[in-house]
Design a binder for this molecule. Structure first.
Ligand code: NAD
Length: 328
């Protein structure tokens, strides 16, 4: 029976691996550790290996795979900056990544907008201690606001489609216009987004050019009380300038699913640690700052799709040399 080794397997992925094992009539060996050269030495003959994003798929590891005659590897992540594609080419190792629908992140984005707009965080706090008062919780209605979307690729465009039912004005900025949303949105330049929008939501990849694009200078161009939403990458925003903006009340609220230097906390239980990232600890405690642990993607549908790409990708690449998410 054909065998695939899965590494970095999370508990919530196991049921999907089992389902795919039956569907494809293969054996999938599950392992929750990171893939290392030592692991490769230990494993039996197999068709391929799938990992998440913590394994460093570097030259040494790819050479070890080649030495064991393993030529198919999948990363069950969308991003693949942990994979050395040049070395993969050198050792003739075929690589694919995962994909999933943009809806999970897009729905979550609108949820963050509404949570911040309706002051739900302090309302939730009060409920825990049977304080059912209204003082300070009055919100705003989306239909009267102007929302700016920066980046109108798969996720940004889906956010715009979601928002179209709320009746708000929607402005967008992206160097490339997305034809599928032209009737829902007015494209404009970044300066107009900063100047005119009540809510601004980021949906761009992180690049050298847009690192810290939300900083003191850009925040100063925004409306007083602006609400900023980030379900893209933490480093798009300068955390110290966000803190200053909240303290000065220039920023009216933040909905952040991602934050600068989040690697030290995301998806970890740090309840009993001495948590010493002062910026994150300070920013997330404000009543008008909703922060979550990079979980906008995390739905049944997305996790299934990531696991499916991990297994199906290896089988397809072995059979046809291609797969829709093949990257190398
Ligand atoms: P995509 O590639 O489909 O779209 C990105 C868009 O951003 C493109 O249209 C591109 O032209 C545009 N863009 C690039 N640089 C820009 C800039 N400086 N200003 C304005 N527009 C710019 O990507 P996507 O699938 O929509 O994902 C967007 C981002 O969301 C990802 O890169 C990732 O960082 C983030 N993401 C977060 C989560 C989460 O769980 N929080 C999950 C998936 C993706």
């Amino acid at each position: 029976m054909m065998k695939i080794y899965a590494y970095e397997v999370r508990k919530d992925e196991i049921e999907y691996f089992k389902k795919l094992q039956d569907e494809f009539q293969i054996e999938i060996v599950l392992n929750n550790s990171i893939l290392t050269v030592n692991e490769i030495i230990k494993i039996d003959d197999c068709l391929g290996i799938t990992t998440l994003g913590q394994s460093h798929i570097n030259d040494e590891l790819l050479r070890a795979l080649n030495d064991r005659n393993i030529h198919y590897l999948s990363t069950r992540t969308i991003g693949y900056n942990h994979v050395d594609l040049d070395s993969a080419k050198k050792y003739n190792i075929h690589i694919c990544r995962a994909d999933y629908a943009p809806n999970g992140v897009a729905d979550y984005t609108v949820m963050l907008m509404l949570l911040v707009l309706r002051n739900y965080k302090p309302a939730l706090w009060r409920g825990q201690v049977n304080d059912f008062s209204l003082d300070g919780l009055r919100g705003k209605e989306l239909r009267n606001l102007c929302v700016g979307i920066i980046g109108t690729g798969r996720i940004g465009a889906t956010v715009i489609k979601n928002l179209s039912g709320f009746g708000c004005k929607i402005l967008a900025y992206d160097p490339y216009q997305n034809k599928s949303i032209l009737d829902l949105v007015t494209y404009t330049d970044i300066e107009a987004i900063y100047k005119e929008c009540d809510i601004i939501s980021l949906h761009t990849p992180l690049t050298k050019d847009n690192y810290h694009m939300i900083n003191e200078e850009s925040i100063n161009k925004m409306k007083d009380g602006v609400i900023l939403i980030n379900c893209a990458r933490g480093e798009l925003m300068n955390i110290n300038d966000l803190i200053d903006g909240i303290e000065s009340r220039k920023i009216g609220g933040l909905g952040l699913d991602t934050i600068e230097n989040e690697e030290v906390i995301i998806h970890l239980d740090r309840r009993t640690d001495i948590f010493n990232n002062r910026d994150i600890a300070y920013l997330k405690q404000f009543p008008n700052v909703v922060y979550s642990q990079h979980m906008a993607f995390y739905t049944d549908e997305a996790v299934y799709s990531m696991v499916r790409c991990g297994i199906e990708g290896i089988l397809e690449m072995a059979k046809t040399n291609t797969y829709r998410t093949k990257i190398g």
